[in-house]
Unconditional design. Structure first.
Length: 281
């Protein structure tokens, strides 16, 4: 592991290209979303490749009129990064119907979507969102799961079997690149140590059309769990990462891991364009 905010970024390479507009959506989360947004702005800004804006939703207890005024312009951006989690239960907070429809239309029309860490917990009752994320914090009866076998073959865990979602305390663990040929992971180290991170297991969903990019060994359930994956949705691209844990009053050295920074930056660029120009090392 190497630390520092992206000296990797051959600014001359990135600055020679037009900046890609990215919108971070935050405002509600069980995690420390303020810190995560600042860290993400720093990582993406250091590349010289992105122009990053933030749309902060009303808080969970905001009156209806506040939500009616919140209308992020997804279609003004090449990629939208969700750092937003209204809860994984049936009573989880939902966006106004017009905002749901706008995001769905945006991705289907070719926009890029990044589902960041706990954002894949959100919107249990939104079928299209479940299709976009593929796997989420959903109980085993919701749908199948995926694990990576000892031979690095992807194994489908049938609906109703396996583990419900969970995680142990944050800890250091080894990340492994499963797909070295995808634009996001091409040229990245085969392994790296991800520091002080949360390793979620037992995710379920439609689990269809996914390309698994990375995995990590969960010592809690003794299985290899997917950590990063992508899929196409309509004409758009969706990149999900389970990395990026933040919690109130805790240090977050995971955000200072160079490989994590590279992975996030390249994932955002791929979601926005379908290609990657940011160096892997």
């Amino acid at each position: 592991m190497r630390k520092a905010i992206l000296p990797f970024l051959l600014a001359a390479v990135c600055l020679a290209q037009p900046k890609l507009s990215v919108l971070i959506v935050d405002g509600v989360n069980n995690h420390d979303w303020q810190t995560a947004t600042r860290e993400l702005q720093s990582i993406l800004g250091a590349t010289g490749r992105f122009q990053v804006d933030v749309s902060t939703s009303p808080p969970r207890d905001a009156p209806p009129e506040a939500w009616q005024k919140w209308r992020p312009r997804f279609d003004a951006y090449r990629a939208v990064l969700l750092n937003w989690n209204g809860g994984h239960l049936e009573d989880g907070l939902r966006w106004p119907a017009e905002v749901d429809a706008a995001l769905l239309r945006y991705v289907r029309s070719g926009g890029g979507l990044i589902v960041f860490h706990a954002a894949n917990n959100a919107f249990l009752k939104w079928p299209e969102y479940n299709e976009m994320i593929g796997l989420g914090w959903r109980n085993k009866d919701f749908g199948p799961g995926l694990i990576i076998g000892p031979d690095e073959k992807i194994v489908t865990v049938p609906v109703g079997t396996g583990r419900n979602p969970g995680h142990g305390p944050r800890h250091d663990f080894q990340m492994t690149v499963l797909n070295p040929d995808h634009p996001i992971t091409r040229g990245m180290p085969r392994h790296w140590l991800q520091p002080s991170e949360q390793l979620t297991h037992g995710q379920h969903g439609p689990a269809a059309g996914l390309t698994i990019l990375t995995y990590a060994w969960s010592k809690d359930i003794n299985e290899n769990e997917p950590m990063d994956w992508v899929r196409s949705y309509g004409r758009g691209r969706v990149y999900t990462t389970m990395l990026g844990h933040t919690w109130a009053n805790e240090d977050n050295p995971n955000f200072r891991c160079r490989e994590f920074q590279v992975l996030i930056a390249r994932g955002v660029e791929w979601a926005a364009t379908g290609k990657v120009t940011i160096p892997a090392r």
